[in-house]
Design a protein around this ligand. Structure first.
Ligand SMILES: NC(=O)C1=CN([C@@H]2O[C@H](COP(=O)(O)OP(=O)(O)OC[C@H]3O[C@@H](n4cnc5c(N)ncnc54)[C@H](OP(=O)(O)O)[C@@H]3O)[C@@H](O)[C@H]2O)C=CC1
Ligand SMILES: N[C@@H](CC=O)C(=O)O
Length: 350
């Protein structure tokens, strides 16, 4: 049996749900894949808990459910902050789920830097480090070797950061390998899907946002979702990772859903379609991609017009693989946690 000593940074909707997922069937990874994750360190905004012999995940989950933090655990380490945890503790794998911060990427960016510089593989749900420093992190990781399983650099995976369990990154990198992407339409922000559907059914904006928050899918700063920045983050990551076009947020034209009116929604739904926040990449004659995020009417014939209940999806047009459409209806943050688990399995198979 292989024991993978793991640290989890961020214990909110994602970090806590991930621990719950692992605790639900603790032997699943062992039975099927021959390894198990031992959680040796966790961190939240209250601090760090670290025990090289392994923390009790149920105690961490119970503390978070009671509104307490790492500080309340017996393994609390007042001498460590979250970056020091990643930089100094003994562990084999980082699972990162602190808030997405578009100002400076912190603390996630320094957490991931610390792990990769020490040769530790990292799985991210957070997007800030990838949006602000994709090239730097790629150079520190197996992205520098085109994801070769023989790369001497640590693995960096983030499939859950771009649409949760929807396999946006994996499908683009793996299954469309060799094809030229001409156009990609990504509906990868679940919060705006929920809000627009609720408003189309008669709810006001505040009630619709509250419903999305109840589902645990809204960013800690909800304006990231509503104003289109979460979708833009995902498009930036997609452009860097799949389209291989060095991209930052300033390359994306971004419009959120605040201007969408109930009349717009009624017209779209009435015609058998819907309105979604679409992140669009369109290949230009010079080979570069034009990138935008905007609320878009998807007519009844559009492959994504039937998405419902916050469902996400994408349609990608290529020169040789034709049109590919995939959608994913998920249960709150659970799909993202499953995506983190699949990333871990992929890393362990290298
Ligand atoms: N929710 C979702 O469906 C998805 C979220 N993501 C991404 O995953 C990340 C986490 O999202 P989510 O779980 O919803 O967010 P939450 O706000 O629910 O959780 C964030 C966690 O990070 C902790 N935290 C905040 N600041 C610090 C800090 N300085 N040092 C250490 N820990 C800190 C918080 O501590 P405390 O608990 O004490 O407040 C909390 O545990 C985000 O980057 C988000 O973009 C990606 C895909 C889906
Ligand atoms: N806030 C995001 C969560 C996942 O990235 C969303 O609504 O899709």
């Amino acid at each position: 049996m292989v024991i993978v000593n793991t640290i989890v940074t961020g214990l909110g909707n994602i970090g806590r749900t991930l621990l719950e997922l692992l605790a639900r069937d603790p032997d699943r990874l062992l039975r099927r894949y021959g390894f198990t994750l031992r959680i040796v360190g966790v961190a939240d905004s209250t601090g760090v808990a670290l025990d090289p012999a392994g923390l009790d995940p149920s105690a961490v989950i119970a503390a978070k459910r009671q509104g307490l933090g790492a500080r309340s655990l017996s393994a609390f380490r007042p001498d460590l902050d979250v970056v020091a945890l990643a930089a100094t503790a003994a562990y084999d794998l980082l699972l990162e789920a602190t808030p997405t911060n578009l100002r400076d990427g912190q603390p996630a960016l320094d957490i991931v830097r610390a792990a990769l510089r020490r040769g530790k593989p990292a799985v991210l749900a957070s997007k800030g480090p990838l949006v602000l420093a994709f090239a730097e992190l790629a150079a520190l990781s197996d992205w520098a070797d085109d994801l070769s399983p023989r790369s001497p650099r640590p693995a960096l995976r983030f499939s859950g950061a771009v649409g949760g369990a929807l396999p946006t990154i994996n499908f683009g990198c793996r299954d469309l390998a060799g094809a030229q992407i001409e156009r990609a339409e990504l509906v990868v922000n679940s919060t705006t899907q929920v809000i627009l559907e609720q408003m189309a059914a008669g709810a006001d904006f505040a009630t619709a946002l509250a419903e999305a928050q109840r589902q645990g899918i809204v960013e800690p700063d909800s304006s990231l979702d509503v104003d289109g920045w979460d979708a833009a983050n995902k498009l930036v990551i997609f452009a860097n990772a799949v389209l291989r076009q060095p991209t930052t947020l300033s390359d994306v034209t971004v419009r959120g859903i605040r201007e969408v009116t109930t009349a717009d929604l009624a017209a779209a739904w009435g015609a058998g379609g819907r309105v979604s926040l679409v992140a669009l990449a369109e290949r230009q004659p010079d080979g570069r991609y034009a990138l935008s995020v905007a609320p878009t009417v998807l007519g009844r014939e559009h492959p994504l017009a039937r998405l419902a209940r916050g469902e996400m999806g994408f349609v990608i047009y290529t020169d040789t693989a034709g049109r590919s459409t995939i959608s994913s209806l998920e249960d709150g943050p659970l799909g993202t946690c499953q995506a983190m688990v699949r990333d871990v399995i992929e890393i362990m198979r290298r």
